[in-house]
Design a protein around this ligand. Structure first.
Ligand code: FNR
Length: 380
């Protein structure tokens, strides 16, 4: 029975070959930040008032011209086609129907043009900045043409994190070990759902920019890693801002100084993130720095956080500490791996119900009524 997002994780571990599950589930180095992203939510406890009429509730929040039916959206994740054929489309479709947004990654297996045309504000695009500036200009043009409402520029993966769980499955980069192949053979359902319909998924969105020898299968990954612009700085970010008219968010911010600089540069909002514990191990978790960043940026800044969000109570804590909304990554991938679009739809419903129940139990009718007065930091 699927009662919560952790149930989807357990089921995904069975449904996916180990290399694919670990690609999603893993973090960098010793995975301390990955663990802390969960643990940080336990450092705060609710102090719930009683006898307040919260019988009628509205969960929606507005971020510029995007209204979300509930205060979360699906985080950008690359290479989703490894979990199931057309996983990106399923994630986007389920998000669209539920009235939330899906952020499509630069390195998604689906091209921007092959995504379902959803409601206004449903489709956002996440940009990785590559060395070749023409790629950025072209990706932004394409994102605009398919109607992406907002742009998220991720700035925390310029140098890739050390993901050892991944490495153990390969004998050399992009070549699975014999053990991994045997493990794949024990997951015929995954082969049927993923490889049989479309072959080995490739970097569909980047395909126009890849040299021919990298166009098939995972070959693009190595090329992509080499093409990441490791000179990325504030000046380049300001140039990208000047090319984009819609909502503009910087993802991967964790310091007050960077938050101020991003807003001063003309960002509409920030996504506080340590990339789900996949980049700098030992990094602080977004929830920890959220109150200071909210204070520094003021009430008008749109501040989102992500990492380790698995329950509606986690989302409500983030909102009470100053977030406008949150992003959810891995759980949606587990859901699409286990049950496709219906799985994602159910995962969204479960989270929405949990948020609704938490608001009710806190005596709040909407996210706007949440605040730090409803939380207390645990003493030990
Ligand atoms: C990611 N993340 C990510 N972020 C990004 O900006 N572009 C990307 O292509 C990816 N790719 C990616 C793949 C996978 C498999 C994962 C798990 C994560 C990071 C992602 O957007 C988000 O910050 C984290 O996933 C949030 O943490 P949780 O919810 O997964 O704990």
């Amino acid at each position: 029975m699927m009662l919560n997002l952790e149930d989807y994780r357990r089921m995904a571990q069975r449904a996916l070959p180990a290399f694919a599950f670990d690609y999603v589930d893993g973090g960098a180095d010793d995975e301390r930040t990955l663990a802390d992203n969960r643990a940080v939510f336990d450092r705060w406890q609710f102090v719930a008032p009683v006898l307040k009429d919260a019988s009628v509730r509205d969960l929606s929040v507005t971020l510029g011209d995007t209204t979300l039916a509930a205060p979360f959206m699906i985080a950008p994740t690359g290479y989703n086609g490894m979990l199931r054929y057309r996983a990106d489309q399923m994630l986007a479709q389920a998000a669209g129907h539920a009235g939330i947004s899906y952020i499509q990654s630069t390195v998604s297996t689906a091209s921007l043009e092959d995504m379902p045309a959803g409601r206004k504000g449903a489709h956002w695009f996440q940009l990785y900045v590559l060395k070749d500036r023409r790629v950025t200009v072209d990706l932004l043009r394409r994102a605009r043409e398919v109607g992406c409402a907002s742009l998220v520029v991720s700035v925390d993966a310029v140098h890739f994190g050390n993901r050892e769980r991944d490495k153990r499955h390969y004998r050399k980069p992009m070549k699975l070990s014999l053990g991994s192949y045997l493990n794949v053979a024990r997951h015929p359902g995954w082969v049927l759902r993923t490889l049989v319909p479309g072959g080995m998924p490739g970097f569909g969105n980047l395909k126009p920019y890849l040299p021919p020898q990298f166009r098939r299968g995972v070959g693009g990954a190595t090329y992509f890693a080499q093409q990441m612009d490791d000179t990325l700085d504030w000046q380049t970010l300001a140039w990208i801002r000047s090319l984009w008219q819609g909502g503009f968010y910087v993802k991967g911010i964790l310091t007050v100084e960077d938050a101020r600089a991003a807003m001063a540069m003309g960002a509409d909002g920030l996504i506080l993130s340590n990339h789900g514990g996949r980049q700098l191990d030992g990094s602080v978790s977004p929830l920890t720095v959220l109150p200071d960043i909210r204070l520094a940026c003021g009430p008008a800044a749109r501040i989102l956080i992500d990492g380790g969000i698995r329950r509606g109570t986690d989302i409500v804590k983030a909102l009470a500490l100053g977030a406008n909304a949150v992003l959810v990554g891995r759980p949606m991938l587990y859901a699409v791996a286990v049950a496709g679009e219906a799985g994602v739809a159910q995962a969204i419903t479960l989270l929405t119900q949990e948020i609704d129940r938490t608001l009710a139990q806190l005596g709040c009718r909407s996210p706007a009524e949440l605040g730090p007065h409803l939380l207390r930091r645990r003493e030990s």
